[in-house]
Design a protein around this ligand. Structure first.
Ligand code: GDP
Length: 364
């Protein structure tokens, strides 16, 4: 899963991205990821894996991962090709979701591009570039649909939908604010609009405010705006995240206690991203390895098995499944769980749930 980090200059993007790259240093353990300089791979925190690891005394623990792309350079005028505008918009098209870093800290030493701290204006500037780029896409599609409509009257629904999207973006609103039926949703999705991508606003506050966990005036404004779109807000301090990323695992706990926080802003961001994209994890556990696997909500057992290996999907027979909580209630003992009838044998139509601990049976 890929997420793109965007934001105006000097809001703390690089600081946050550096924290991500450092925190993800162990990504070297993930040979399937080729790591480029603008990509940071981080593990998705999952307390359940730690517990299972202890229970099974496993040799290895493998967390699932998220990739963050540093898409610096998005500035006013990008949609008109200013700066390296179009190239950056192209990068945004490739990501599943956007993390928009918004400056919510006062610091006279850090210059703001527009001379004043105004998170709403910053958000509007970036969103507007995405909207302007979308307008061209929508316009082209409308022309094409109008042309084809002459020979195919069934395209009227598509045209109506496109007009609805056009109206919205022309008002300066992101496409993600639209209320759509399932049919309309399919049409809009097929256009791959930038302003339709799910977004998290990462409010970058000062160290003190991040620790206090109280919203400052800037953050309140960001939250109000995000609510109008149904978007998420994660409050963090990029500078603090960079410091946390330098710490060893054991030092972190003490550091968090000192600050009075329970988890890092980066972990909050990772979890929020995971939820934003409707992702869940199922788990596999044994003495060799405990591991989390990412799937979309609604994925059925054979396709979930396919995440592990295509042979598992092709030869799928059954999924022996137990909910994580139930396994823990049985002290992690599968035999006890079986006696109690908690281990279910599920077939090909079973929809996998978050925290299912699964053993797949398959033919090779
Ligand atoms: P970018 O242009 O968005 O990538 O911004 P940078 O990450 O380079 O940050 C710009 C400046 O803001 C740097 O001098 C950072 O040290 C500073 N900065 C970043 N985050 C914070 C923060 O949370 N608080 C304060 N006071 N300064 C920050």
């Amino acid at each position: 899963m890929k997420l793109g980090i965007v934001g105006l200059p000097n809001v703390g993007k690089s600081t946050l991205f550096n924290a991500i790259t450092k925190a993800g240093a162990e990504a070297a353990n993930y040979p399937f990821c080729t790591i480029e300089p603008n990509v940071g791979v981080v593990t998705v925190p999952d307390e359940r894996l730690r517990v299972l690891h202890e229970m099974y005394n496993s040799k290895k623990t493998v967390y699932t991962t998220i990739e963050f792309y540093d898409i610096a350079g998005l500035v006013k005028g990008a949609s008109k090709g200013e700066g390296l505008g179009n190239k950056f918009l192209g990068h945004i098209r490739e990501v599943a979701a956007i993390i928009h870093v918004v400056r919510c800290f006062d610091d006279p030493n850090v210059v703001h591009v527009d001379g004043k701290i105004d998170p709403l204006s910053d958000i509007e500037t970036i969103n507007m570039e995405l909207i302007l780029s979308d307008m061209e896409v929508i316009e082209r599609r409308i022309q094409k649909t109008q042309k084809n409509l002459k020979g195919d009257k069934s395209l009227q629904v598509e045209l109506d939908t496109l007009m609805k999207v056009k109206d919205t973006v022309e008002k300066g609103l992101s496409a993600r604010t639209l209320q759509l039926s399932d049919e309309e949703m399919e049409i809009v999705r097929s256009m791959d609009l930038l302003s339709f991508k799910p977004i998290i606003y990462a409010a970058n506050v000062s160290e003190e405010e991040a620790a206090a966990e109280i919203d400052n005036e800037y953050v309140k404004k960001v939250r109000e705006f995000a609510a109008t779109e149904g978007s998420d807000v994660v409050v963090l301090c990029a500078k603090l995240e960079a410091e946390i990323a330098e710490l060893e695992e054991e030092e972190k706990t003490a550091f968090f206690e000192d600050l009075g926080i329970s988890e890092s802003g980066l972990d909050k961001l990772i979890k929020a991203s995971y939820h934003l994209l409707d992702l869940i994890s199922f788990l596999t556990a044994g003495p060799q390895e405990v591991r989390a696997w990412t799937i979309r909500k609604g994925t059925k057992a054979p396709q979930a098995a396919g995440k592990i290996h295509t042979d598992f999907e092709r030869g799928f027979i059954r999924a022996e499944t137990i909910a994580y909580d139930e396994l823990i209630q049985c002290g992690g003992n599968l035999a006890t769980a079986k006696e109690k009838g908690l281990v279910r044998s599920e077939g090909k139509d079973y929809v996998v749930k978050d925290g299912d601990v699964i053993l797949f049976r398959f033919n090779v």
